[in-house]
Write a protein that binds this ligand. Structure first.
Ligand code: NAD
Ligand code: UDP
Length: 347
């Protein structure tokens, strides 16, 4: 398919997954426009994207909660054909403390986006959802037909409600949308120019590991080793961020060239299909970085899911997409990014 010149709006395109996706979109010949308010990202990412991709995408520093500003972007850009919507707040714990902040940011921005898309007849949308919608699954691996469980955090609820809002809008209008339920995106671009940028102390395992190894954190706490898993620690489906980014290209291309059997709203799991324990992740990091990681076993983290990993057969067969990078590559790239960040910080 020739995509040259098709214009794509990437909301949250300065963020972790967004920046990796922007790089791949440019490589595929799309014209990329980013809208981001930089609330969890850094302006210097733009020149790093340009360094990798060979061109700088158009960037608008706007808050999607400002509908007029979003409207102005669509008006100015004229021919946006599709939107990849990453922009959202994503810290589960913070969402429990400040639920209204999360509902306002994640849902008002989505409503504004859907209204403006309808106004400008930009009827294709890829939405960032999450495996959090499955909660603690009854059976593994999790398929897209597995039940959506009551959300355990306001953040998780914004993903569930977001999917429902989009589904209803697809029924009511010309919108076509694909929601991608990511499992655990980790790692960084092979250039180590872009990667995950946690603000403050990280909550997630891999940035905590790399920050421990670089000396920003004294040691890693392994939250619980008495789960019913082979080594007692929790199981997740870690997936390289480049593979996650590639899934967006596949989803976009399905939306832009819809096969006759495709539906207005579709959902796909984006994982590797493999589950790894926390201790396996630590061992993979130690091998990839060639150093020992200081860690202690600590009590279970409240609200943690015991084990979850994806059945990816639907995304493999329908999106013609498959995760390619293994845990070692994920850890090696995360480590290269952390080291480069020390030498060449973004701020
Ligand atoms: P990120 O925080 O790195 O990127 C999100 C970007 O959106 C940031 O650049 C931020 O500045 C921007 N943003 C937030 N609210 C905005 C607003 N109102 N207006 C304009 N810009 C705004 O997060 P990420 O890890 O790249 O995640 C991207 C998406 O994927 C999010 O929707 C997240 O919920 C979802 N997701 C992430 C993970 C993960 O583990 N990283 C897992 C599942 C789902
Ligand atoms: N984890 C841990 N120590 C940390 C951070 C995370 O042991 O400092 C564990 C956590 O209990 C879970 C796994 O690592 O079993 C992945 O956690 P993360 O927060 O990255 O992802 P999520 O739980 O949201 O899937």
């Amino acid at each position: 398919m020739n995509n040259s010149g098709i214009k794509i709006l990437v909301t949250g395109g300065m963020g972790y997954i967004g920046s990796h996706t922007v790089v791949q979109l440019i490589a595929r010949g799309y014209r990329v426009v980013i809208a981001d308010n930089l609330c969890n990202s850094n302006r210097n990412i733009l020149s790093r994207i340009a360094q990798i991709a060979g061109q700088e995408p158009q960037f608008y520093e706007i808050d999607l909660c400002d509908k007029q500003a979003l409207n102005d972007v669509f008006k100015k850009e004229e021919d946006i054909k599709a939107v990849v919507h990453f922009a959202a707040l994503k810290a589960v714990g913070e969402s429990v403390q400040h639920p209204l902040k999360y509902y306002r940011n994640n849902l008002i921005s989505l409503l504004n986006l859907l209204e403006v898309q309808e106004l400008f007849d930009a009827n294709n949308l890829v939405f960032s959802s999450s495996c959090t919608v499955y909660g603690e699954p009854d059976a593994l691996p999790v398929t897209e037909k597995s039940p959506v469980k009551p959300a355990t955090s306001p953040y998780g609820n914004t993903k569930q409600v977001g999917e429902e809002i989009i589904k209803e809008q697809c029924t009511a209008s010309n919108l076509r949308s694909i929601a991608l339920r990511y499992f655990n995106p980790v790692g960084a671009h092979e250039s180590a120019l872009i990667g995950e940028l946690p603000i403050g102390t990280p909550n997630n395992l891999v940035p905590y590991i790399t920050q421990t190894a670089i000396g920003k954190q004294p040691f890693l706490r392994v939250f619980g080793n008495d789960y019913p898993t082979p080594d007692g620690t929790c199981i997740r489906d870690y997936i390289h961020v480049d593979d996650v980014a590639a899934a967006h290209i596949a989803a976009l291309e399905r939306l832009l060239n819809p096969p006759s059997e495709s539906e207005g709203f579709e959902v796909f799991n984006i994982g590797t299909g493999r589950g790894n324990t926390v201790l396996e992740a630590i061992r993979a990091f130690e091998e990839a970085s060639n150093q020992k990681l200081p860690y202690h076993v600590a009590p279970r983290r409240v609200g943690d899911i015991e084990k979850v990993f994806a059945d990816t057969s639907l995304s493999n067969s329908v999106l013609h997409w498959k995760a390619e990078k293994d845990l070692h590559t994920m850890m090696a790239s995360a480590w290269e990014w952390e080291k480069k960040l020390k030498i060449n910080p973004l701020v």
